[in-house]
Design a binder for this molecule. Structure first.
Ligand SMILES: Nc1ncnc2c1ncn2[C@@H]1O[C@H](COP(=O)(O)OP(=O)(O)OP(=O)(O)O)[C@@H](O)[C@H]1O
Length: 693
């Protein structure tokens, strides 16, 4: 795979250099090693050596029963002086059992997602957060999750051009151990497609905002399927029905219920489900402003419980709606706020005084995990790295995926092709058939600068528009230990070469003859080669920008601003000899400058101009001298661009490596539990002046 631009200087050498740079770590064993994530590393040698039960011979394995029990989970937010300003969760306790579906309900901002993240060991670390409490798995303490989980997040992220089956196949190749035979993998995928109701859309592409693909509900079930590949014991789903219509929401919840019946421990957050969805819950936790209003069996029990407190659910009312209204603050009027807050405070206090804190280490809790309890507690500290073991195997799989994504993305490629043709025609018309007069010198320089800017901007904006989203997928996959960064970045670079090279080539092929630049085939080929390499360097810079900032919007703002600096020092506006000393380094790292310099050398060398006055410029070499480009070669400019490309790739690599998600550690609670912790906490918080709660 690669491009062939005959006569293009050093392109093959450049690519070889990039490949060598990315491969170097394997050869020298420095850089991206197959290290397990920090929590794995902390797991200790015993657990490290112990393999999670492999589903290699059992195509649809039964999950290891896992009971999660948590007590006194408190998460507080502090200001920059370290003073607690808010409690996101206060003394929350509960348990989730294998074979049951636990729903965490509550109004918006009540702490549902925070609790789910804490239980999954995936609460994003922040210096302003403090997290404490006890979390036990089958009676054994776990500080930061560590058990084998699936986490289905609110946002479904996929490579849009892959079909459902391809997405699952690649996920299985990346996650399942090599001991799994291809036939078993195929059967495993087919079983998952069937189990999650994805058979009918198995060969449809996932799609995105540009190309319609599968429905929202199907995407959610595909997310679940991808998570289920590793055969997790616990499934967390954050608002799995949000954004779905009633039918799709029902189907997703049916799937979760089925998974619970299959022996998984399923925990989901949900806003206000319809009654048929509510009927599927086995257990329920009601949260209001981070405090527990109810925790226990679902269905009729919560209604009976609140009826004893004087809050009767009217006939023919959706129980979920009744409960949601009961624990929500009514902001419609001042009296409404006062009375609803009073009601919720009472409910919190009553629940805290009536219900004892569960003992997570009790023998009963251990028994919930059946015979395998203790074993699962130990074995559940899993080796996340169960994916393909070989670097080359990862590279091959990722190359295939990157190629399918780049090659099949018809709408994006069409837009890029149209933009290349349109800009080439516009610039070709403006600079139509440049002659050899003295004034043509300025035109040539202007055209070459415009060509360099246009090529770089097109590549940069395309990359920054796409990469932040792809990075989110890659972060998730890497968090599961599916692959390393080296094969990912190299596969991306190689897979995108043919598609990305075609646009600058198209641009050059139209512009060059229209403007009648130096009319030889070799010069034309070199022109195309220079802009193509520049396009790769600009894409690499786009990757760095995308890896640096959290969103596409931020990348879109930062990328072009950064490029503007490189344009100013691109060799046309400021002569490098006149650049102030403190800015001298900028032209050296400006890909626009090197592209412009290369294009100028290619164009002006050997060119003669019409001379009317004795002081007129006679040769192209004189022009190059005036631009301070005299004496340098095209080869040097290509090497410089290659170095810039490598620099941006390495920076991207380091940024992605450094920016892997960090999770908040779970600390032990400050003191022994009191009789009614939530009440105490509530009073403590209410009595603190200025504390928002
Ligand atoms: N890292 C954080 N820093 C500051 N505030 C936070 C942080 N994480 C959560 N919060 C705040 O904690 C509260 C609870 O957030 P959470 O996302 O858990 O609520 P939720 O019940 O899931 O809401 P929704 O249903 O709207 O998603 C919110 O007010 C949120 O702004």
């Amino acid at each position: 795979m690669g491009i062939e631009v005959k006569g293009t200087l050093g392109l093959a050498q450049l690519l070889a250099a990039v490949a060598a740079a990315l491969l170097l770590p394997i050869v020298t064993r420095v850089g991206p090693a197959l290290l397990p994530p920090p929590e794995d590393a902390a797991a200790g040698d015993d657990e490290e050596e112990e393999e999670e039960e492999s589903p290699a011979n059992d195509v649809t394995p039964t999950p290891t029963p896992v009971t999660i029990c948590w007590t006194r989970i408190t998460c507080s937010l502090s200001d920059k002086h370290g003073h607690t300003v808010r409690f996101l969760l206060a003394n929350v306790s509960g348990q989730a059992k294998p074979g049951s579906l636990l729903a965490i309900m509550g109004p918006s901002g009540s702490g549902k997602t925070t609790l789910l993240n804490v239980l999954a060991g995936q609460l994003s670390a922040s210096p302003h957060l403090r997290l404490s409490g006890h979390l036990h798995i089958n009676g054994r303490p776990v500080s930061t999750g560590g058990y084998k989980i699936a986490y289905v997040r609110q946002e479904d992220l996929f490579f849009s051009q892959l079909t459902v089956r391809e997405t699952l196949s690649l996920a299985s190749e990346l996650q399942l151990p090599d001991t799994f035979s291809p036939e078993n993998k195929q059967k495993y995928i087919n079983d998952l497609l069937f189990k999650l109701g994805l058979v009918n859309c198995a060969d449809s592409i996932v799609g995105d905002a540009k190309v319609r693909g599968i429905s929202g509900g199907e995407k959610k079930r595909l997310s679940l399927a991808c998570e289920l590949i590793a055969s997790p014991s616990v499934i967390f789903a954050d608002e799995p029905t949000t954004g779905l219509d009633a039918f799709q929401a029902e189907k997703v919840m049916e799937t979760l219920k089925q998974l619970a019946e299959d022996g998984h421990t399923v925990i989901c957050t949900i806003h206000q489900p319809r009654s048929s969805v509510y009927a599927k819950f086995d257990d329920l936790i009601l949260l209001s402003e981070g405090l527990m209003v109810y925790a226990g069996p679902a269905k009729e029990e919560p209604l009976s419980y609140f009826a004893t407190l004087g809050y009767q659910c009217p006939d023919h009312v959706n129980p979920a709606e009744f409960l949601a209204d009961l624990i929500s603050i009514d902001y419609s009027s001042t009296e409404g706020v006062f009375s609803s807050r009073k009601r919720i405070d009472e409910l919190i206090e009553v629940f805290a005084t009536r219900v004892p804190i569960n003992d997570c280490t009790s023998p009963v809790m251990k028994l919930n995990g059946a015979d395998m309890g203790a074993k699962a507690g130990r074995k559940s500290v899993v080796k996340k790295r169960s994916g393909p073991q070989g670097w080359w195997r990862q590279f091959r799989l990722l190359l295939k995926r990157a190629w399918m994504q780049a090659f099949r993305d018809g709408p994006t490629n069409k837009v890029r092709a149209r933009m290349s043709v349109a800009s080439a025609v516009i610039f070709g018309s403006v600079f139509w058939r440049i002659g050899r007069s003295q004034t043509s010198i300025q035109d040539r320089m202007g055209l070459l600068q415009v060509a360099a800017i246009n090529t770089a901007m097109a590549a940069l904006t395309k990359t920054v528009g796409v990469f932040p989203k792809e990075r989110a997928i890659v972060d998730r996959e890497r968090a599961k230990g599916s692959y390393q960064l080296g094969p990912y970045l190299l596969s991306k670079l190689l897979a995108e070469i043919p598609v990305s090279a075609s646009f600058p080539l198209l641009f050059g092929t139209i512009l060059y003859p229209m403007s009648r630049l130096h009319p030889t085939i070799t010069r034309f080929a070199k022109f195309c080669g220079i802009v193509t390499v520049e396009s790769f360097a600009a894409s690499a810079m786009g990757l760095t920008v995308g890896a640096m900032v959290p969103t596409t919007e931020a990348a879109m703002a930062l990328g072009p601003s950064l490029m503007t600096v490189f344009i100013v020092f691109g060799g046309y506006y400021v002569n490098s000899d006149n650049t102030p000393v403190i800015f001298r380094w900028i032209p050296r790292v400006s890909l626009i400058r090197w592209a412009f310099q290369g294009l100028c050398i290619n164009e002006f060398t050997g060119l003669e101009f019409e001379q009317k006055q004795s002081y007129d410029i006679q040769t192209g070499e004189q022009v190059l001298e005036r631009l301070s480009f005299g004496g340098s070669r095209i080869k040097d400019t290509i090497v410089a661009q290659g170095r810039i490309l490598m620099f941006w790739y390495w920076t991207t690599y380091l940024l992605l490596k450094k920016n892997r998600p960090k999770y908040q550690p779970l600390l032990l609670p400050p003191s022994a539990p009191t009789e009614s912790p939530a009440t105490n906490k509530l009073q403590e918080i209410r009595s603190e002046n200025g504390v928002v709660f």
